[in-house]
Ligand binder design. Structure first.
Ligand SMILES: [Mg+2]
Length: 366
């Protein structure tokens, strides 16, 4: 069932929309799509069946016989864009290029020119996967909490560092004289206690030198960046129980919850607020980055962008704030007519219904 909702708030936002043209030029569509992944195309590691047909329509299997630019825009991460493209292609059965994948930390690669030769503490993710992502982005002097633990085991005495997770040379492991210039959280941390301790050590240090302490916390020496600040994420696991296929979804503490803990501890220890910069949905920096990517994929400047998502607070709020057309689907965390807090321009049962309706309406405009 399709439900179009134009609330007063949405109409007001549309007044600032970037949707200024209704024609096409040079055969290029003047519209494009940005899809959330989990809850729209897949759920956990399982395909949402309508996703395959939806993406095939965008790859030319439509009434206009042309490709319509699209990106996958997710608050997930912890792997390279190439790896995520491979995983999604395999599940959905449609080839996705790494250039179409925007992870929560993808926009942070723009910071690499500023920190190319400077030591940056990369937090979060499994093993050294986020370290590998950071190196690929151009953070040439990336280090991890594990490297610090390896340098000085008393930095987190409640666990032992494992040697296979530290690849730095002994010279590069010198943290008592070489400063940490920034702290960047790329993904959910797998070790809250250790990472809270080591991040606080860096953020409370004088000029980023571990082991030192600032005397005056009215200014912050070490900038802090988050790749997303969602308090909860939906974890879905599938299993067989007594020959029955069971799928369980649970809201779990995400990067935003870790941020609350860090902010609170910093305030308690220093009596000052911890300042930081956030990326990911619903933050504008992520949408600006996505708009650049869509441009490189052939989307027209100032064309309409339809943002399809299942999470009102992230997908719909972010799209509405940025002036994109928001589309809420019922295959993920949302069920109902429309979100009361962050109403979408359109609500559909699933992604195929959304894509079909939008292509039909857009092609009629010609
Ligand atoms: Mg989602």
């Amino acid at each position: 069932m399709m439900t179009s909702v134009l609330t007063r708030g949405f109409m007001k936002r549309q007044a600032f929309s970037r949707c200024i043209s209704t024609t096409t030029a040079g055969g290029k569509p003047n519209y494009a799509f940005a899809f959330d992944i989990d809850g729209v195309l897949i759920k956990g590691k399982r395909l949402i069946p309508e996703a395959t047909r939806a993406l095939k329509m965008l790859n030319g299997d439509n009434s206009a016989n042309r490709n319509i630019p699209f990106v996958l825009l997710t608050n997930g991460g912890g792997v390279t864009e190439e790896e995520k493209a491979r995983q999604i292609s395999e599940i959905v059965g449609v080839k996705i290029d790494a250039k179409q994948v925007i992870l929560s930390h993808s926009p942070m690669q723009k910071l690499a020119s500023k920190y190319r030769d400077k030591r940056v503490l990369i937090v979060g993710g499994k093993g050294r996967q986020c370290y590998d992502v950071a190196k690929k982005y151009g953070f040439g002097e990336a280090v991890t909490p594990h490297d610090i633990m390896h340098w000085n085991s008393s930095s987190w005495p409640l666990a032992k560092p494992s040697s296979d997770l530290s690849v730095l040379t002994s010279a590069a492991q010198e943290f008592s004289t070489l400063p940490i210039h920034a702290v960047m959280v790329f993904h959910d941390t797998y070790d809250w206690g250790r990472d809270l301790q080591i991040m606080l050590d860096a953020l409370c240090s004088k000029d980023g030198i571990l082991g030192s302490r600032k005397g005056d916390y009215s200014t912050q020496d070490v900038p802090l960046y988050w790749s997303n600040v969602s308090t909860l994420f939906l974890y879905t696991c599938s299993c067989f129980n007594s020959n029955l296929f069971i799928e369980r979804s649970s809201p779990r503490l995400g990067q935003g919850a870790f941020k609350i803990a860090l902010d609170s501890l910093y305030k308690k220890l220093t009596d000052h607020e911890l300042h930081s910069t956030s990326f990911g949905k619903p933050h504008g920096a992520t949408y600006r980055y996505a708009e650049d990517v869509l441009g490189r994929l052939g989307a027209r400047d100032q064309g309409r962008v339809y943002a399809v998502g299942d999470n009102p607070a992230a997908d719909i709020q972010g799209a509405n704030n940025y002036g994109w057309t928001s589309v809420l689907v019922r295959t993920g965390v949302f069920a109902g007519d429309n979100s009361k807090e962050f109403p979408a321009a359109m609500v559909c049962d699933h992604v195929e219904e959304a894509v079909e309706k939008i292509i039909f309406d857009e092609e009629k405009r010609k």
